[in-house]
Design a protein around this ligand. Structure first.
Ligand code: G6P
Length: 364
């Protein structure tokens, strides 16, 4: 088993460090930077001409990737909504005519996600799965499949597959935007350029990370909170999920704007708050930071390395190379993966196999 870990103490750490390679595989041959174009062999231009809206269904980490993707599409005028597959499956919402239902599932075997996709299929919707596993049940059953090409992931806590899912969904999203609206997204050139730089930017994020020291600094806290806005919101949710899954500590992710509607009651000097900055909504995020600081909570900003004002206001920072919001969220998430990992390692948790959790949940 140690051979498979390639010198790392855990599969999770190995997979965190594999992200630049996984990303290279995900985007290989799919971006034409010269012509500012997306090349998806299974989805040539016009593949989604009849689509008018998108519904995502997913669970766990994949749901957070779906929230991210829905945000990207909505920003470009394609109506999109992310649903937890287990809720979708029980509430069976109406599916608008010409809606595309996109399942996001690393394994392609999650029972809740399969159930949601089967419901969509039964009512006549076109279905597509974004998955890591060729030949998985979802890939066989859906009308279409897109593969994230991240390579096998052994650690129960998903890391590199989240990153590759988000990158894949951005590429698929760009194709959808072009087909549905008739024009490239307004951030198309920037998005494709930042995607092609992402493998090296993520490498730099990993190389420069001080997440280990930071985990030590806040060891023994009462709880750990994560806040974000826009594309930073799913990153906050994912940061908290990773942290609770493997450290067994209380961790929650909130939309930063929701703090004042309840979560602020939990904030004390013993609840560090990780604030995800993507370059969008910075002023509002800074107000939220001040809100929690005035209750005594230390704030760790996860932020681009050139954002001086944020660096000045935050108590601690975890940085990544300056990039557009879309790529910033991915790099912020890499930092939060490392924080969760080091916190769990300090506590001596069985990181690759957390109690009560399974890599793939094939029961409802
Ligand atoms: C389980 C795993 C999670 C994963 C979720 C969805 O709960 O522990 O890491 O995000 O299933 O899995 P999927 O294979 O559908 O992405």
């Amino acid at each position: 088993e140690d051979v498979g870990k390639g010198g790392y103490d855990h599969y999770m750490l190995k997979e965190i460090y594999e992200q630049p390679t996984a990303l290279r595989q995900t985007i290989r041959g799919r971006i034409d930077t010269l012509n500012d174009d997306v090349i998806l062999d299974s989805f040539p231009p016009g593949s989604f001409d009849e689509v008018t809206s998108v519904q995502f269904v997913a669970c766990g980490t994949s749901y957070h990737a779906a929230v991210y993707a829905a945000g990207l599409l909505n920003e470009s005028g394609v109506p999109a909504q992310a649903y937890l597959a287990n809720e979708y499956g029980v509430s069976e919402p109406p599916i608008p005519e010409n809606a595309l239902v996109v399942g996001v599932s690393q394994s392609g075997e999650t029972a809740d996600t399969l159930e949601a996709l089967r419901y969509a299929d039964a009512v006549g919707a076109r279905t597509l799965v974004v998955t890591n596993v060729v030949g998985s049940t979802a890939a066989r059953e859906c009308t279409d499949a897109m593969y994230i090409r991240a390579g096998p992931e052994i650690g129960v806590a998903a890391t590199k597959t989240f990153t590759s899912q988000v990158a894949s969904l951005a590429l698929l999203g760009e194709r959808l935007i072009r087909d549905v609206t008739g024009t490239p997204s307004r951030f198309s050139a920037e998005l494709l350029d930042s995607l092609s730089r992402l493998p090296s930017d993520v490498q730099q994020t990993l190389d420069d990370s001080t997440a280990d020291e930071l985990a030590e600094l806040f060891d023994g806290s009462d709880a750990y909170f994560f806040i974000g806005r826009g594309l930073g919101y799913p990153v906050a949710l994912e940061g908290a999920l990773k942290f609770k899954e493997i450290s067994y500590e209380h961790a929650e992710g909130f939309a930063a704007g929701e703090l004042k509607h309840g979560p602020l009651a939990l904030v004390t000097p013993d609840t560090p708050v990780f604030a995800v900055f993507t370059g969008q909504h910075t002023e509002k995020m800074l107000n939220n930071v001040k809100e929690v600081q005035s209750r005594g909570a230390p704030v760790i900003a996860v932020v681009g390395d050139e954002s001086e004002e944020v660096h000045r206001v935050a108590d601690e920072v975890l940085t990544f190379p300056e990039a557009p919001a879309y790529a910033s969220g991915i790099m912020a998430n890499v930092q939060l993966q490392l924080v969760a990992y080091h916190a769990a390692r300090r506590l001596g948790r069985p990181i690759d196999k957390p109690r009560n959790l399974a890599k793939s949940v094939t029961v409802e």
